[in-house]
Design a protein around this ligand. Structure first.
Ligand SMILES: [Ca+2]
Ligand SMILES: [Ca+2]
Ligand SMILES: [Ca+2]
Ligand SMILES: [Ca+2]
Length: 246
């Protein structure tokens, strides 16, 4: 009798548990589909090879008011001479070109307002239908070295606008809104590069905060800043970049 009651109790207890498990599994499956669907469409990696951008102190565009300043160029590596195109056309420095992940825009640094600012533009020659957009609009401080998040929504860059006057890492929306400092100290913080994981975004960068250039990583809101390298002066670690998972 006792055994029978125990058996019934187990059976009654198991059914709700099994039903609950099925519900939980279904919920997880639906959430996975939703999360997959929410991934930014701009994330284009891995993909086919497109054009290469670079900067140089040269000029091939008619109407360029100066041939000695630096300009942004693009080329198809399969036909580099036939496709070489000058994208910026002016008499000030343009450099640091970086592709958006969907290949539709380029971020770069320009001195065209007599101060270093971050701009974005379509990857075609600038002109009436392609005016570069100034994201930083900060004439009192040097802003440079843009790097897109792999979801395409945000751009990290370096700026001297902080209180201490040295370089800090900033994070902005790709349209220039929501510009937030991620570092604030009295040493240079440079070379931001985003993690490939668009759901758990982190930024790797160089910082001199320990008296020598070292590689660090932090969350994309600036929290949890962690030093990864431990070399001693005079060696500097520079320009980190994050490999997408294989
Ligand atoms: Ca020029
Ligand atoms: Ca230029
Ligand atoms: Ca500026
Ligand atoms: Ca700093």
């Amino acid at each position: 009798m006792t055994k029978s009651i125990a058996a019934v109790s187990v059976t009654r207890a198991t059914k709700p548990l099994a039903f609950g498990f099925v519900l939980a599994a279904a919920f997880v499956a639906v959430m996975l589909v939703l999360v997959a669907g929410m991934r930014p469409a701009e994330a284009a990696f891995p993909g086919s090879n497109g054009k290469i951008v670079f900067w140089a102190a040269r000029s091939i565009a008619s109407g360029d008011p100066s041939t000695t300043d630096t300009e942004i160029f693009s080329m198809d590596p399969g036909n580099p001479i036939g496709t070489l195109t000058q994208l910026t056309v002016n008499d000030e420095q343009d450099f640091n070109p970086a592709w958006s992940p969907n290949g539709k825009k380029i971020a770069f640094t320009s001195f065209r307002t007599d101060n270093y600012e971050i701009y974005t533009m379509k990857p075609t020659p600038e002109g009436r239908t392609n005016r570069p957009v100034n994201l930083t609009r900060n004439p009192s401080a040097h802003d440079s070295d843009p790097n897109w998040s792999l979801g395409g929504a945000r751009i990290a860059f370096t700026s001297r606008r902080g209180i201490s006057g040295d370089f800090e890492i900033y994070n902005t929306a790709a349209n220039g809104t929501e510009q937030n400092p991620l570092t604030e100290n009295t040493a240079n913080d440079l070379n931001p590069a985003w993690s490939p994981d668009v759901q758990n975004q982190k930024i790797t960068f160089r910082s001199d905060r320990d008296g020598n250039g070292e590689i660090y990583v932090m969350d994309s809101d600036g929290t949890d800043q962690t030093r990864l390298t431990t070399s001693s002066a005079p060696a500097h670690e520079n320009n980190p970049d994050w490999q997408p998972g294989l």
